[in-house]
Ligand binder design. Structure first.
Ligand code: ADP
Ligand code: ASP
Ligand code: MG
Length: 407
């Protein structure tokens, strides 16, 4: 007998029929003799709708109250699904994050799981019940409800799988698995049979929404046996694991797009030591994460530094720079929040000099200008104009994954 954690995303539980479908998948797994813990997300657009509702009342609501509100979405899903499973004649119980012992820190809206007290879940499993757990939510040391950040139900599921030492963690979603690019927007995107934790972590962090990046980080740390599959098709999904068979010959496993990017440029800085330190320590003090950094060669004793931040941090970053104009010493700061980051990810990339070149060639052939470039052992990212982002992804994907591509 195995213990299986299953997670069902918003589209998979969007209405009564879909909830019944999820109840069927869960009970079929249970009927085979497995213990099942299922984590559910809020139905369809519920979380977005709740955010809109909050904005109507108070656009600057506290994060604590936002978490209180948003956590209700998942509670609706688990109770309705439990009712569907009851109607099928099985023993089932739904648990909120706190009932399931999901203890987090106090970073409302972006809480991190500290540990899971699994006694209650274990007790219910021992009684042979199917256990449904509300995703995306936990409780902090003040007994307040917290949420884990958008898309966080994946992380709830992986955390449960790790704490319960589950044999398998299945992430059920609305596509057949992890693809070489978003299959909804990119023609010719192919499903991957397997992908390494490292590649998946990069793809998820670089904009591939299919998995919450923290869920992948956690799955890697605890070596959780993880797969992504469709709740609709019944097709085999994608296994996410430490090592994959095809790793040696693969150069690129996927292309991702991230629109949550803005670029700031500080023009006319003095070409002297300590300037970068001043800029980035100020940003760090304000908890603003910086991604790509580019410094021009000093000319006429002056230089420029450009960097990217999340779009939600862009205005604050600009304000911090302007407030410290004298201290840092620059002529002007420019903000561009109409850009997007396009990335290729692949474990076999580090030892293949031609990979980045192939990406640049694809963009050149499509007449798309590159604003900034950043590379690591496992990825190459470029910034392009937001309006060209979809075309850029398609061009790069075609170059690596059409019939002549070698990926
Ligand atoms: P869920 O509600 O099940 O958590 P999400 O909407 O969070 O589902 O994630 C699934 C979506 O991720 C897919 O519908 C797809 O459009 C998008 N996606 C982006 N990149 C990829 C990729 N490389 N492979 C698969 N899906 C992707
Ligand atoms: N309902 C939450 C969201 O929409 C969490 C999740 O779906 O994973 O972000
Ligand atoms: Mg999701």
């Amino acid at each position: 007998m195995s213990l299986i954690v299953q997670k069902f995303g918003g589209t998979s539980v969007a209405d009564a029929d879909r909830l019944r479908n999820v109840a069927r998948i869960i009970t079929e797994t249970y009927k085979k003799g497995n213990s099942v813990v299922a984590v559910l997300s809020a139905q369809g657009d519920t979380t977005d709708d709740l955010i809109e509702k909050a904005k109507e009342i108070n656009p600057h609501a506290s994060k604590r109250e936002m978490d209180m509100l948003l956590s209700t979405g998942e509670q609706i899903s688990i109770s309705l699904c439990a009712m569907a499973i009851e109607a099928m004649g099985y023993q089932v119980i739904s648990l909120t994050g706190w009932q399931a012992g999901m203890l987090t820190n106090s970073a409302y809206s972006a809480a991190r799981i500290k540990r899971i007290q699994t006694e209650r879940i274990q007790k219910e499993l021992d009684k042979k019940k199917i256990v449904l757990v509300a995703g995306f939510q936990g409780i902090n040391k003040y007994d307040d409800i917290t949420t884990l950040g958008r898309g966080g139900s994946d992380t709830s599921a992986v955390a449960l799988a790790a704490s319960l030492h589950a044999d398998l963690c299945q992430i059920y979603t609305d596509v057949d698995g992890v693809y070489t690019a978003d299959p909804r927007y990119v023609k010719g995107a192919r499903k991957l049979d397997e992908i390494t934790f490292d590649e998946m972590l990069e793809l998820a962090s670089l904009g591939a929404q299919v998995l919450h990046n923290r869920s992948v980080e956690m799955a890697k740390r605890y070596n959780v046996n993880m797969e992504v599959l469709s709740s609709f098709s019944g097709n085999p999904g994608t296994k996410v694991k430490e090592v994959v068979k095809t790793m040696e010959k693969t150069h690129v496993s996927g292309v991702a797009k991230d629109k949550n990017v803005a670029r700031l440029a500080l023009v006319g800085l003095a070409d002297q030591p300590g300037i970068a330190f001043k800029i980035f320590s100020l940003l760090a003090k304000h908890n603003i994460n910086v991604d790509i950094i580019l410094q021009s060669i000093g000319r006429d004793e002056s230089k420029d530094i450009s960097f990217t931040v999340a779009r939600s941090d862009a205005e604050e970053a600009k304000r911090v720079m302007e407030e410290n104009k004298e201290v840092i010493g620059f002529q002007k700061v420019e903000l561009n929040d109409h850009i997007a980051k396009i990335s290729i990810v692949g474990a076999g990339m580090a030892n293949n000099a031609g990979v980045a070149c192939k990406m640049f060639e694809a963009l050149f052939s499509a007449g798309i200008n590159i604003n900034m470039i950043s590379t690591s052992e496992i990825k190459v990212s470029v910034l392009v104009d937001e309006r060209e982002a979809d075309r850029a992804v398609q061009a790069v994907h075609d170059r690596f994954f059409n019939e002549f591509g070698n990926a």
